[in-house]
Design a protein around this ligand. Sequence first.
Ligand code: C5P
Length: 225
Amino acid sequence: PEHRPLFGRHVLVTAGPTHEPIDPVRYIANRSSGKQGFAIAAAAAALGARVTLVAGPVTLPTPPGVDRIDVISAREMSDAVKKALPVDAAVMVAAVADWRSKEYHGEKMKKRGSAPPALLLTENPDILAQVAAGKQRPKLLIGFAAETEDVIENAKVKRKRKAADWIVANDVTSVNGKGVMGGDANAVHIVTGEGVEDLPEMPKEQVALALAEKMAVALDEIDPR
Ligand code: C5P
């Protein structure tokens, strides 16, 4: 392809859910399929970027030209992301579990008596916030926000709180009555320091291409060559 506006740029993408182990056979997870993140990795590579994709447990093929690092838990994802820095741009699409089990039981927990065990949770690292606060902060740092209410307002607050440059907000309650998580379409709002760009509902591949094109333009402004 002739159109390679991300050529010479290194882009990091996180995608998928994380699995937080409770014991050898049980874990805490969420409904993220990884489709949107994988599509963004594919789009950035198609536009010429060198792409590192840190992927949680998903069953998706690696897009062509993408370096993939598979991880399971949020802590593993955090380590892999730190190792991948520095990069020019990072897009944190992963649905990182907010909490993990405070204790990991090395043996399968047994049903003993009738009282079910209580699961104590503890907070996971916020990978996006860590990268934003770190010495190797990418010049363009993008987060995602899956929301079920006050989508844009929450995204604006999240952009500031996490010190991200852009937040891509999507309403995960429904796209045309179908679930976004696991689905093939998405309607997003790109919240930047300048304003909000609303994209109509489109396939996740197209959302990815639109975002990658916008990233190329922004990188050429931030870091011209
Ligand atoms: O606060 P919330 O989880 O909605 O923020 C979503 C954004 O933060 C996403 O970009 C997600 O990848 C990132 N995130 C993260 N580490 C966490 C939680 C969220 O990088 N522990």
